[in-house]
Design a protein around this ligand. Sequence first.
Ligand SMILES: NC(=O)c1ccc[n+]([C@@H]2O[C@H](COP(=O)([O-])OP(=O)(O)OC[C@H]3O[C@@H](n4cnc5c(N)ncnc54)[C@H](OP(=O)(O)O)[C@@H]3O)[C@@H](O)[C@H]2O)c1
Length: 175
Amino acid sequence: MRLPLAIVAAIADNGVIGRDNRLIWRLRSDLRRFRDLTWGKPMIMGRKTYDSIGKPLPGRRTVVLTRDRSFAAPGVEVAHGWDQALARADALASEMGTDEISVIGGAEIYALALPGTRRLYLTLVHASPEGDTLFPAYDRSAFRELWRRECAKGPDDEHPFTFLDLERRSSAAGR
Ligand SMILES: NC(=O)c1ccc[n+]([C@@H]2O[C@H](COP(=O)([O-])OP(=O)(O)OC[C@H]3O[C@@H](n4cnc5c(N)ncnc54)[C@H](OP(=O)(O)O)[C@@H]3O)[C@@H](O)[C@H]2O)c1
């Protein structure tokens, strides 16, 4: 069965999502939301994002996309193409009893997922840091707003931010 895809991303006001293969802000509130959104689900990520995290995250299953046939990491599933990653994530979701697959970046993997993604769980970070990785351009009008919350920065947040959940207007077009 093809399950819906949900992108989870934190995007600065200038579109930046990363620099030097790492996150560029400390936002405890966003880490909590990321954990809640992805918990109990398979996550698809690019090899560079996996390297930046460095280990499989607890309570989730990890599918890493790479063209490197020799890549292996303990506790991680490896896929060598987008369709293979989707098939693997579908199988994991069924094992885990969940009905959504998280796509957690980085930019290359968001670009692969965007044409077929059902939901975007975004954190809009109100800052404009320098970076080398941008969230890919996408047709915002194809998505309707499900929920939004403006948040002042908490004690462990470097910036104010907005949580924004979007859903594709025609679910026929997305998984
Ligand atoms: N702000 C956020 O929410 C967020 C979330 C995630 C990541 N990030 C940031 O984004 C940056 C990383 O993003 P990125 O775009 O550079 O890298 P990425 O998307 O994490 O990984 C790219 C890698 O994925 C593999 N890949 C891509 N397309 C593939 C395909 N069709 N088939 C097989 N493998 C494929 C390749 O791995 P190989 O080179 O091994 O072949 C490629 O080098 C970092 O700075 C990270 O911190 C930010």
